[in-house]
Write a protein that binds this ligand. Structure first.
Ligand SMILES: [Zn+2]
Length: 522
């Protein structure tokens, strides 16, 4: 697999961790190297995930009950799952913590979230907190009592939900970190990071990531562990600001030197900001008003503040990557980039996270182009949220959902990322995202713009060559070409030859990082 999607029948010669050359079947192999015969199994470049929240996912899943859909298809099923794994509370200071997915209220058979009274059926003697996605948490009555005793700050987006009679339902918004659940020790964080990387990155063949940081402590661990046998991925980190650090502290030339340096498989590469919000809460800054509403979302910056930020990032040698769900936010960021740099090429291109998922007006692409911006889509969101995005934006937006065919035809080397943070586990698997880009079916079995279907090879490129380019690592990884690092995966079947519904369950038989085997296979 190279940039031209060439498929070679033959062997990959690896020397000193680097691809020396490809040898066609029948031609002579070097005699001084051991041979690994994988038969007819396809050999691909290691997958690249340019936008993932490894630490956030590790923290969310550590000692937590898996309450995603699947395996939980209903509130009743969720309660059973919590009871079955109630012993996990020992790992979280006595709290039974669950992690569920986005839009659970729509995906559960009862078409609602649980309340504290539901969770009380699991226990009234120990506290329970179940998160759905990153923003919504439901606690049982004891959990609510412990939380209110210490105080729940209702500021900004944080609030507690009450029913019509004013009674607390147990549903909390943006308050998970306000709960008195002990945070992870450094040893716990280390094992959470390495376990999560093994389970959700290496086992799926991911060898390079763009990490959106969470805490400075977690970032330090990644700086030490990346590329080692304990955490066998190459990491480029984007410091979330304000979050990991206040914005003014992040956008400084000394940002890199604040974290351990000298690990060739780790680098602090830029910052990650939020320009707008999400579609479901009406926060994404879109071009036309939300269905049945008058508002068009909100933005955290104006043009002046954004271009000033890009100028400072350029001076500090940092790339700006931004959450820009809505096209209005994408246009503002692109305009700010042009304003900051004038005619000069300036620093690294701004990255538009979530661009390419919804394009309701193709002139948005002109804005991307003028700024030389890099869109990073999430093919997995086709399954998770395409149907719900259409509901909040209105039917007029439907033809603009995940227009991958159009974008590729217009010459965009569109990349895909997992955006994995623990909310949706399926998306960590690049082959799941490939199946979404090819099959285009949502989680409520809706077919989404079948005319925008792309081929398996094109979808694979979104997680290999295109993703490497988006992450700025295409000189060294992303294709099987002479001179690149021997980051290689071997699959159990050819994704082009199995039904779309089976692509995501193709096993990854072998993972090599710089020619070294790093999976836990036999
Ligand atoms: Zn993200």
């Amino acid at each position: 697999m190279d940039d031209g999607h060439t498929v070679v029948d033959g062997s990959v010669v690896v020397r000193d961790g680097v691809i020396e050359r490809l040898v066609r079947r029948g031609d002579a192999l070097p005699t001084d190297l051991p041979v690994v015969d994988v038969g007819d199994d396809p050999v691909l470049p290691g997958f690249v995930d340019p936008h993932v929240h490894l630490e956030m996912a590790a923290t969310a899943m550590f000692g937590a009950v898996d309450c995603h859909t699947p395996p939980c298809g209903s509130v009743a099923g969720l309660l059973e799952q919590l009871s079955r794994f109630a012993h996990l509370r020992d790992a979280r200071g006595g709290w039974l913590v669950g992690q569920g997915g986005l839009f659970a209220a729509r995906r559960f058979a009862e078409q609602r979230l649980p309340t504290r009274h539901d969770l009380d059926k699991v226990s009234t003697t120990f506290p329970i907190a179940v998160r759905f996605g990153a923003h919504v948490t439901v606690v049982n009555s004891l959990g609510l009592e412990l939380a209110t005793r210490q105080g729940l700050p209702e500021t900004g987006d944080s609030h507690v939900v009450r029913d019509d009679s004013g009674e607390l339902t147990g549903e909390l918004h943006e308050l998970f970190y306000g709960l008195p659940i002990p945070s992870l020790t450094e040893a716990e964080m280390t094992s959470a990071l390495t376990d999560t990387a093994a389970r959700y990155l290496t086992s799926y063949g991911v060898t390079s990531i763009g990490e959106i940081t969470n805490t400075t402590a977690g970032l330090r661990l990644l700086a030490e562990l990346s590329g080692s046998d304990a955490l066998p991925v190459r990491t480029r980190a984007f410091v979330w600001a304000p979050g990991t650090l206040p914005l003014d502290e992040a956008v400084r030339p000394d940002l890199r030197s604040r974290f351990p340096t000298g690990n060739p498989d780790f680098a602090v590469h830029g910052i990650k900001i939020f320009v707008d919000g999400g579609f479901s809460a009406g926060g994404a800054a879109v071009l036309r008003p939300y269905a049945g509403k008058e508002h068009r979302g909100r933005m955290a910056f104006d043009l002046g503040a954004l271009s000033d930020l890009i100028r400072r990032a350029d001076d500090a040698g940092l790339q700006v990557t931004a959450h820009v769900n809505g096209e209005r936010a994408q246009r503002l960021l692109c305009e700010a980039s042009v304003a900051a740099r004038g005619d000069a090429t300036g620093g690294p291109p701004v990255r538009l996270e979530h661009a390419g998922n919804v394009v309701t007006d193709l002139t948005t692409l002109d804005h991307w182009e003028r700024a030389g911006a890099v869109p990073v889509a999430q093919a997995g969101f086709l399954w998770t949220m395409a149907s719900f995005i259409a509901e909040s934006l209105g039917d007029g937006a439907r033809p603009g959902l995940f227009p991958f065919r159009t974008l590729l035809d217009r010459g965009w080397a569109l990349a895909s990322s997992s955006d994995g943070a623990g909310s949706e586990l399926l998306q960590f698997n690049p082959l799941f995202n490939v199946s979404c880009a090819v099959g285009r079916t949502s989680c409520i079995a809706e077919e989404i713009n079948p005319g925008e279907r792309i081929s398996v090879m094109e979808a694979l490129a979104m997680h290999t060559s295109h993703a490497a380019r988006a992450l700025g690592v295409d000189e060294t990884v992303g294709t099987l070409c002479t001179g690149k690092r021997a980051d290689i995966v071997v699959l159990a079947a050819d994704p082009r030859e199995v039904p779309v519904s089976r692509i995501s369950s193709i096993a990854v038989r072998r993972v090599l990082l710089a020619g070294r085997r790093v999976d836990h296979g036999d």
